[in-house]
Design a protein around this ligand. Structure first.
Ligand SMILES: O=P(O)(O)OC[C@H]1O[C@H](O[C@H]2O[C@H](CO)[C@@H](O)[C@H](O)[C@H]2O)[C@H](O)[C@@H](O)[C@@H]1O
Ligand SMILES: O=c1ccn([C@@H]2O[C@H](COP(=O)(O)OP(=O)(O)O)[C@@H](O)[C@H]2O)c(=O)[nH]1
Length: 907
């Protein structure tokens, strides 16, 4: 390969990401050499206003030598600092507690700004102005939410609805709802608050910035941002679990929230499970396509992936050396001498399983009398969301249990549980982690749980044991070294406490080393860099994809050309082209109603007008059978081409077949047998028998099960006993179709054209073609048929007398079904030969003769006179297509045809 390895531009996502990772590593090494220890601020430095990395003096020189940092707007409900008002214009800033803040404080690769709520109501202008200044020093930008919005949005929708739901605690029952007003007003406040965040982002956004939205508070934000500026690079990361789609389905605003999140370019979760649940919710609830890369909606991909968060482990390890931390450690050791220390650090939240933890500890004491004066449980329960009644109830409940247990097992001088309803500062927390023998994390559900990481980081000398809930995201990364428990199983947790307290030193060491390695290599820094780098790459990937998406049909031009032409051909599909738009696949709409395909009612007048125009010939070219086309189009003056063009009829005349003579249908019974087998075993799937094809459809079945069944079926059809038959197996979005080889719309069209030209006695060439359909990839050969550059190989259809009246059923299927048959005594059509003259796109030069040129029916005349500007192929509701243009849905087709008919009647 020419050039060095960095001048080569990788073409796949993985190659690009690996290369970027390598470059980042190099960058870091340069940084390391230049300023050793130039880390991002600690929490204290952040508060002192030196949130920018240390070593400012070296900085200018250093920056010249490395790539400029990318600007990153971190948008989260909570700023890393909470403001406390000291006077009219004076503010104290306190660091906010929580995993998100801890994680993002460790990130230093970017020129970051925070946008969020300062946790305080500031109704007056002076207050807002002075707080904005105070926060600016910390590179924070406030969003001012008034009390009512906070009540409805934060306490209500976020913490009373989304939070419990995402943690599998279900939607609030009536009493909870009544306390915070109705669901709808909370949801409105949620949207309003998200818009307020968006307004602030828009105000501060500079081109090229990365906007990283965080958490369930801001699920509406990606949509608001993209509506304002579709070019913004938007990522969204969820810090909580994303529940199974069965849970998400219960949320009244389930679809709106999913759609808003999907507006982001990249959507991230802590674990693969959460990502999988999200994709599955999008497939099952929105009916979108889930792919290994994410969720696809009409060709637009939202990338979905797992990015497990970490901590700034160095910060904890370094802190242990600080004298104030050493003092704390000494104090704690003396205080609890002779007793093993067990530790719980949690926000006082129902998801943390604090009552379950304490009850398990009680059981342990109950059953292990000899341990009662040898162990102590320190539980730090940080007050959180104290305005939400559920949290208030939990506080009382925990106090009651702790009181009871201390009363039961305490002595005059000691109690088994030290319960603190407050937060600790960073140094006190590090000291506590360091002296702990057993950390107890019993979350009922937890996005990740950084406390477990922090504990491990502070344990390199003690090598204590981590008991960790299997329902915390951290279980996936620290599961090997921790003792995993089901927090609902009090007996199991109690037994694990005993196991941990008695664990031999070598086992503790082994377990600790494993986890320590993970915590120190999977840092918050890495997490943020990986996310941002994937986000940057997602944009590159999207641009590459967009280049492959055909543009929207230029309706005006299509109509203009139509008016200018004298012999027009309109080829229209039926299903999803001329029918009423249906729910997205997978939505499981009204199956019975939807299966009866009906012409869009708004098209009746329009079609009539178009068909009555002598300059226009219309062909309905569909996979549907003859009966269905008869029912829907019998009254118009047009051509019907059923079963992908294998049957043809002018509505005034009889059906005839255009099937090639050598079409083999001997496979039909075997395939029918296979389809019956799968239909029986896949609830709400069905199959259709046609004369030339069979189609199995699982649009209404469970999407994932349907897909699995389809995979099995395809495997069997491709490699099983019928794999050598002369058939094509075609995979659709939610269907499998089997046809005789050679049954495609593109293959049928020249035979159909031949018949039409002959029937009409066409003298002038066709000088306008509009071909619109929602066709399977296999049938897109119809689009390419008219394209000079992509024309099929000449040998494909060397046709002699292929259009013939139906004499006897060709396929075995016909015998089982009653179908209208055309009169068998229609005379044989003489050999049709035609000449197609197609000029090259736009430049007017004639192309080389093709198979048509030698097949002249009417001596000297040309059947097609198409240049680049009078041929319009158009795929409906698809993004990847061989068509020149796209239309969104059948509604757009209706609009276009109406305009065409109206313009034509005016001309
Ligand atoms: O701001 P609050 O409402 O007081 O809540 C504090 C934070 O709690 C949640 O933290 C989650 O993020 C952690 C880091 O990713 C993760 O380890 C933990 O499992 C989650 O619960 C919440 O998601 C944050 O938005 C809050 O700021
Ligand atoms: O007194 C305390 C208790 C906890 N924390 C921090 O709060 C975070 C809790 O994060 P976690 O992911 O465990 O749970 P979350 O509270 O975000 O749900 C950790 O970084 C702790 O260091 C703190 O700063 N002071």
């Amino acid at each position: 390969m020419p050039g060095n390895k960095y001048s080569y531009i990788p073409s796949t996502r993985l190659e690009r990401l690996l290369r970027e990772r390598e470059l980042r590593k190099l960058n870091k090494e340069v940084d390391q050499c230049l300023t050793d220890g130039d880390n991002w601020s600690s929490e204290e430095e952040f508060l002192q206003g030196v949130a920018v990395p240390r070593g400012l003096s070296d900085r200018c020189e250093r920056q010249e030598r490395r790539l400029p940092k990318q600007r990153l707007l971190v948008v989260a409900n909570r700023l890393p600092v909470s403001a406390v008002r000291r006077g009219e214009d004076s503010w104290a800033l306190e660091i906010s507690v929580g995993g998100l803040v801890s994680a993002l404080l460790g990130v230093n690769e970017f020129e970051a700004r925070w946008i969020g709520w300062a946790g305080v109501n500031v109704p007056d202008e002076i207050g807002q102005r002075t707080l904005t200044w105070a926060l600016a020093e910390k590179r924070c930008i406030p969003v001012f939410l008034d009390e009512e919005v906070v009540h409805q949005y934060y306490n209500g929708y976020c913490n009373n609805i989304l939070w419990p739901l995402f943690h599998y605690l279900g939607l609030p029952q009536e009493d909870r709802l009544a306390t915070t007003r109705s669901f709808q007003s909370q949801f409105d406040a949620y949207k309003k608050a998200n818009q307020m965040f968006a307004d602030v982002v828009n105000e501060h956004y500079q081109e090229g910035d990365i906007v990283w939205c965080h958490d369930y508070h801001l699920m509406f934000l990606p949509k608001c941002l993209k509506e304002y500026n579709s070019k913004m690079k938007v990522g969204w990361f969820l810090h909580t679990p994303f529940p199974s789609s069965e849970i998400h389905r219960t949320l009244p605003s389930r679809s709106e929230l999913l759609r808003s999140v999907l507006a982001a370019d990249l959507v991230g979760f802590h674990t693969y499970d959460y990502a999988r649940h999200f994709v599955s919710a999008c497939t099952r609830i929105l009916g979108l396509e889930g792919t290994p890369d994410g969720v696809e909606d009409q060709g637009k991909l939202t990338r979905v992936a797992a990015f497990p968060i970490g901590i700034d482990s160095d910060r904890f390890i370094r802190a242990l050396e600080l004298p104030q931390v050493q003092d704390h450690i000494k104090e704690l050791k003396e205080r609890f001498a002779g007793r093993k220390v067990m530790l719980g650090v949690d926000r006082l939240d129902m998801i943390k399983g604090i009552p379950q933890k304490i009850l398990a500890f009680e059981k342990f004491l109950e059953e292990n009398g000899d341990w009662r004066d040898k162990v102590v449980l320190l539980q730090i329960a940080v007050p959180t969301r104290t305005d939400v009644p559920e949290y208030q109830k939990l506080t009382c409940q925990v106090h009651e249990i702790v009181g009871r247990i201390n009363g039961r097992f305490g002595t005059l001088t000691t109690v088994p549980i030290h319960h603190l309803d407050r937060s600790l500062d960073f140094h006190a927390l590090c000291a506590l982690y360091a002296v702990t023998d057993v950390a107890l994390v019993t979350s009922l559900r937890d996005g990740m749980n950084l406390v477990s990481y922090e504990f491990v980081a502070c344990q390199d000398s003690k090598k204590g044991v981590l008991i960790l809930s299997e329902f915390a995201g951290a279980a996936q990364s620290l599961g090997a070294g921790a003792i995993l428990v089901n927090p609902w199983n009090i007996t199991e947790v109690s037994a694990s406490i005993g196991y941990a307290l008695n664990m031999p030193a070598d086992e503790r060491e082994k377990r600790h080393n494993h986890n320590f390695m993970h915590v120190t290599t999977h840092t918050s820094q890495e997490w943020a860099e990986t996310f941002v780098s994937e986000l940057n790459d997602t944009i590159v990937e999207a641009q590459l994809r967009i280049r492959q998406i055909p543009p929207l049909l230029p309706s005006k031009v299509a109509i203009e050309r139509y008016l200018q032409s004298n012999n027009r051909l309109l080829i229209l599909g039926f299903n999803a082209t001329l029918t009423q738009p249906l729910d997205a696949p997978g939505r499981r709409g009204d199956q019975l109603k939807e299966l009866e395909l009906k012409l869009h009612p708004d098209l009746k007048e329009t079609l009539k007008k178009l068909c009555d125009d002598p300059k226009t010939t219309i062909i309905i070219l569909s996979g549907s059978d003859r009966t269905l086309l008869d029912e829907n189009f019998g009254e118009y003056n047009m051509w019907l081409a059923a079963e992908h063009g294998m049957f043809l009829r002018l509505t005034k005349g009889d059906w005839m077949t255009t099937m090639p003579e050598n079409l083999h249908m001997d496979w039909v019974d075997s395939v029918k047998h296979v389809f019956e087998y799968f239909t029986e075993r896949t609830p709400r799937s069905h199959f259709e028998l046609r004369d030339t094809s069979l189609s199995w459809n699982y649009k209404y079945a469970d999407v994932e099960f349907g897909r699995l069944q389809a995979r099995d079926m395809l495997q069997h059809l491709w490699t099983g006993p019928i794999s050598n038959s002369s058939l094509d197996v075609i995979q659709g979005a939610r269907s499998v179709e089997v046809r005789a080889v050679g049954v495609t719309k593109g293959a049928a069209i020249d035979r159909i054209l031949g018949e039409i030209v002959h029937n009409k006695g066409m003298k002038a060439p066709i000088d306008y073609v509009l071909c619109i359909g929602h066709f399977l990839a296999k049938d897109e050969d119809i689009y390419t048929f008219f394209e000079p550059e992509l024309r099929p190989e000449p040998a494909a259809v060397a046709r002699a007398n292929m259009v013939s009246p139906i004499k006897s059923p060709k396929s075995k299927l016909s015998s089982g079904k009653s179908r209208p048959r055309a009169s068998p005594n229609k005379p044989h059509r003489p050999l049709l030969t035609l000449e197609k003259r197609i000029s090259n796109h736009g430049n007017g030069t004639s192309r080389q003769p093709n198979r048509f040129d030698s097949m002249s029916v009417h001596e000297g005349s040309s059947v097609l006179d198409l240049r680049g500007d009078n041929y319009f192929s158009c795929a409906v509701g698809r993004k990847r297509s061989n068509a020149r243009y796209l239309l969104g849905s059948s509604t757009d087709v209706v609009t276009l045809l109406k305009e065409l008919a109206e313009a034509s009647s005016l001309s």
